[in-house]
Ligand binder design. Structure first.
Ligand SMILES: [Zn+2]
Length: 600
């Protein structure tokens, strides 16, 4: 499972002990133990560990008689991606002063590589709210920035009322700001973190960005010192006073040109290109029906993981940093389940062809499945359904979560019927917008399901090892899923696709991640509110008295009915400012005060 900005909140979850069953007949144990073995070094996309994992998967596919997809001679489908970015020597000069260290100037990860000279226009927070939102806010309304270097503040107005902050935060993402500047003809965007904001005056760490090329504009962050040098040309103004004037959120406060002070900025982003490999096979229909609508059905799991954590998505403590992340649950378990389902179905008659997919690059942002869906070897409108498996090896209390069930009206009944034999305590969730490959297939309008046994203390850590997998229940999931696939394979009508409305607009609105609350949400639950599977020791939530099992129902005056409401509400909180929080414990509503801290 990809670490999305929700899962970024996960740091530790209360451990649940269980004793793995020892069974020589397990359908999945050997697969998990091999894929999560030290030799495969955590299966980072594009690495030699990925290669060894793909070799193993190919050999297992050949054993069950699976074939490369029609028109292909190889099971491996390569795709290119950017494995990492770093600053390769950005610099900026202002008048006679030059700055070249990363504490003074650092490219943003999506910047073009180029050198630009231009006059500076200060454009406030650089935020443009689209007209469709019926909320007039355009940092560029009175400014001509054609061929200019735009200077903007990071984040969004600090003192605005909650409603205003909630809207502006959604359009405060740096990529979105860069897009707005580029669309108005600016040649470059430089960003300063204002003195009234968290991380004041610091350049911005480069984020992991898998885009293959720049975003069409030079973009970099600068220090307070560089901003001061630029503001020297307007001696009647200071950055702090100017920021304060914007911080009310008043849309009529305008930016200004900084005359006679051209800057030269050179942004240098080094992108390391790599090639990852999906492994995709199929089991041809044994009794194809000529009139069958959509003659394909697909199962899949990502087989890549975090390697040694070098892509920045590890949650390991400092003492474990750089160690192999074995990824037994994430997602050797899902890969083993797919091999298990395919092996089971290979021995049964099939009316539809079964695609068996193993995606790479999932942990870096669903890159492998997206590459597959962008140039599908089999047209995706011919695929009746897709079943995804991501983290299915750590079942607790017989609980199995099935996500994306809202993608077809047939699922409720199909799941219920298959569960008569399986007897799981099912948590069926409608939402297909999950941080795993099921999102890719939902976006391609394929009816889909995703199986998940919940997050845990070892998530994205080197301690996610094969000895902690519950193989007996993993095998039960294989049988259950095989029954569901079998039903789709044998039904002449293909499941109808239903588009599920996305519950939260993601218009770049990741500003909430600057807030640290120390809560650990329980993702496998549909509680009314935000159920906590734990709190981070010493964090704001613990200090507010919250603990595992509490359900947050209100924060800063906003009702919380799900995790989307919660992440949205984070945009409204202010670092260091106490906010009222209401939670439910043992059926009682309890009020407390939570004081958020800053995240880097
Ligand atoms: Zn993961």
């Amino acid at each position: 499972m990809k670490k999305c900005f929700f899962t970024a909140i996960v740091v530790t979850v209360v451990a649940q002990g269980f004793s793995p069953a020892i069974s020589a007949q397990s359908k999945t144990r050997a697969h998990v133990e091999t894929l999560a073995s030290p030799k495969l070094e955590g299966r980072l996309a594009g690495s030699s560990g990925e290669k060894l994992a793909s070799d193993y998967i190919v050999a297992e596919l050949q054993k069950i008689g699976a074939k490369p997809l029609p028109g292909r001679s190889d099971f491996r489908l390569p795709f290119d991606f950017t494995a990492g970015t770093r600053d390769g020597g950005s610099r900026i000069s202002v008048g006679t002063q030059s700055f070249a260290t990363q504490t003074d100037v650092r490219a943003l990860s999506f910047s073009d590589n180029a050198e630009i000279t231009g006059d500076v226009v200060f454009a406030g927070y650089g935020i443009v709210v689209p007209d469709t939102q019926d909320f007039g806010y355009d940092s560029y309304a009175t400014l001509d920035v054609k061929d200019k270097v735009v200077l903007v503040l990071r984040y969004f107005p600090e003192d605005a009322d909650q409603k205003t902050r909630a809207i502006l935060a959604r359009y405060a993402d740096l990529r979105y700001k860069a897009l707005a500047a580029r669309q108005r003809g600016a040649k470059a965007m430089i960003v300063v973190t204002g003195p009234r904001s968290p991380n004041a005056g610091e350049t911005i760490p480069m984020t992991f960005d898998t885009a293959l090329a720049g975003s069409g504009i030079v973009a970099a962050s600068i220090s307070a010192g560089v901003a001061k040098a630029i503001f020297a040309a307007v001696p009647d103004k200071t950055l702090e006073a100017v920021q304060k004037s914007f911080d009310s959120g008043n849309p009529h406060v305008a930016g200004f040109a900084i005359p006679n002070s051209p800057v030269t900025i050179r942004a240098a982003v080094e992108r390391e290109k790599r090639t990852g490999h999906n492994v995709v096979a199929y089991l041809p229909a044994t009794t194809p029906v000529a009139t069958m609508a959509k003659p394909w059905v697909a199962i899949g799991a990502h087989y890549d993981h975090l390697g040694h954590g070098e892509a920045g998505n590890s949650l390991s403590g400092k003492d474990e940093a750089g160690k192999v992340h074995f990824g037994a649950d994430d997602n050797a378990s899902g890969s083993a389940a797919v091999l298990g389902v395919a092996a089971t179905l290979s021995k049964q008659p099939r009316k539809r062809n079964l695609i068996v997919g193993f995606w790479s690059g999932e942990e870096l942002g669903l890159i492998g499945s997206s590459a597959f869906a962008t140039t599908p070897p089999v047209p995706l409108d011919q695929v009746a359904a897709y079943l995804n498996f991501d983290m299915v090896g750590r079942m607790q209390d017989n609980k199995l979560t099935i996500q994306a069930a809202g993608t077809s009206p047939v699922w409720a009944k199909v799941i219920e019927q298959a569960n008569v034999a399986a007897g799981f305590d099912l948590q069926v969730q409608q939402d297909p917008y999950q941080p795993t490959d099921v999102a890719t297939f939902n976006a391609a309008s394929v009816p889909c399901l995703s199986f998940f046994t919940g997050t845990h203390v070892d998530y994205h850590k080197p301690s996610d090892t094969a000895d902690k997998i519950d193989y007996e229940d993993l095998d039960r999931i294989v049988d259950f899923a095989a029954a569901i696939v079998r039903r789709v394979e044998d039904t002449t009508d293909a499941p109808q696709f239903t588009k599920v409305e996305q519950q939260m607009q993601t218009g770049g609105g990741r500003a909430g991640v600057r807030i640290f609350t120390g809560t650990i949400p329980d993702y496998s639950n549909d509680a009314k509110g935000l159920l906590l599977s734990g709190v981070i020791g010493g964090g704001p939530a613990e200090q507010a008295g919250l603990q595992k099992g509490d359900v947050i129902v209100e924060i800063a005056g906003q009702t919380i009915t799900n995790i989307y409401d919660y992440t949205y509400a984070l945009d409204l909180l202010k670092i260091g400012q106490p906010s009222k929080l209401i939670y439910v414990r043992d059926g009682k509503r309890i009020e407390t005060t939570l004081t958020p801290a800053a995240r880097k």
